[in-house]
Design a protein around this ligand. Structure first.
Ligand SMILES: O=c1ccn([C@@H]2O[C@H](COP(=O)(O)OP(=O)(O)O[C@H]3OC[C@@H](O)[C@H](O)[C@H]3O)[C@@H](O)[C@H]2O)c(=O)[nH]1
Length: 378
């Protein structure tokens, strides 16, 4: 039996971390999860040991690294709610900046020279142009986004001074769930759009609140770049293998390059789950850019990474069972071609070029629904 090579995965009990651990294990690594379980889930740690510890606890980090001698650190652990970061900046800077420094110090003092860091499209703030490339100015507009940008800058300084190599991965909107049904998205509280739409479809919440229908987008709702968590996991594996063979440090976007509107997600959930989706229209949420999607070409060039399972049908079909919803039909195989193409735009206000199969359910477009009270889609 071959010995699996250990990798320390901070935040490995969380959404993206746990999916990455599953893939790391399949690829022959031993994911050693280091997580304080504050927002992670013990049950999501199934592919290697769990060390319960906080990233701000330098002694506990030293002990974990001393015990397992990982070849690299994948640093997911962070607080990641934009809104909460505005009301609790101290927590965000202590965890996301202070914790990152502690993780980097533990790595470098133990001779670990490979670090993969979870960054975010939130570091770009409101983009000046779309798609957002890595050369776009990073001007975050929330403490969360600033804490991630600070993490990036600290990693780059450490790499220059201490001979470390890094992969900084800027996620766009992570979503979906393990296609084998072993893992899902379970943030507490859940604030992200797709899980909340599924919660509304399953009756777990009264309605999905939609924040703004008057954006300068094709249908008035915000456009985002939703990338399947299994694609994100694969990008981490590629980044790790890139660093292991001596590849240079890199900072890349992880997105699909294509935007999809909230309205299109409502339609997809209604169609795929055959459930009505109660909607409550609300004013815009402060700090939301109208459109945000990635230029994904650098990740393709540097890592050979492209999103393969991030069409909206696959995202909804894999996420739905986690909310007690049966998808009307499951994908033939993970990676099956979507029946719904994504909306491609040169800018958030540009016209759409979409090719859709007719929805099985009558769907009420946002523009024809009263902006007040509850409306039902599907
Ligand atoms: O209940 C909801 C939730 C979200 N939304 C809208 O749906 C879109 C997506 O919102 P989400 O909260 O899921 O995701 P966001 O785009 O705000 O940020 C997400 O991606 C970037 C990461 O760095 C952040 O950590 C993550 O929260 C936004 O336009 C938001 O206003 C709703 O209309 N209703």
């Amino acid at each position: 039996m071959t010995t699996r090579r250990p990798v320390l995965v901070t935040g490995g009990a969380g959404f993206i971390g746990s999916h990455t651990c599953k893939l790391l294990s399949a690829a022959g690594y031993l994911p050693v999860v280091y997580d304080n379980l504050g927002r992670g889930n013990r049950k999501a740690v199934a592919w290697g040991p769990l060390v319960v510890g906080d990233i701000r606890d330098r002694e506990a980090l030293q002990r974990a690294i001393g015990t397992y001698k990982p070849l690299a650190v994948i640093h997911f652990a962070a607080l990641a709610y934009v809104g909460e970061s505005v009301s609790e900046p101290a927590e965000y800077y202590a965890t996301n900046v202070g914790g990152t420094i502690a993780v980097l110090d533990a790595a470098r003092t133990n001779g670990i020279d490979k670090v993969i860091f979870s960054s975010s499209c939130a570091t770009y703030g409101v983009p000046e142009a779309l798609p957002v490339s890595e050369t776009s100015p990073q001007k975050p507009i929330s403490p969360y986004g600033r804490s991630k940008l600070m993490g990036e800058e600290i990693i780059r300084d450490y790499a220059a001074a201490y001979g470390m190599k890094y992969a900084i991965l800027r996620y766009f909107n992570a979503c979906g769930a393990d296609p084998e049904g072993e893992l899902g998205e379970w943030h507490t509280p859940e604030t992200h759009l797709i899980p909340r739409v599924l919660m509304a479809a399953s009756g777990m919440i009264e309605a999905i609140e939609i924040f703004g229908t008057d954006y300068e987008t094709a249908d008035g709702t915000c456009v985002r770049d939703y990338i399947h968590v299994s694609d994100l996991a694969r990008a981490h594996l590629k980044a790790l293998m890139h660093l292991e063979v001596g590849g240079d440090s890199l900072s890349v976007n992880l997105g699909t390059g294509q935007g999809i509107s909230i309205q299109e997600i409502l339609e997809a959930v209604g169609r795929i789950t055959s459930r009505p989706v109660p909607v409550a229209y609300k004013p815009r949420r402060p700090g939301d850019p109208a459109g945000l999607f990635a230029d994904p070409s650098l990740a393709r060039e540097r890592l050979g990474f492209m999103a393969e399972n991030s069409d909206i049908d696959t995202i909804v079909r894999t996420a739905a069972p986690f909310f007690g919803l049966a998808a009307a039909s499951m994908p033939k195989a993970f990676g099956a071609t979507s029946t719904v193409s994504r909306v491609k735009r040169a800018s958030s206000g540009a016209k759409t070029t979409k090719k859709r199969q007719p929805a099985r359910l009558a769907v009420v477009p946002v523009s024809t629904v009263s902006g007040r009270g509850l409306a039902e889609l599907g």
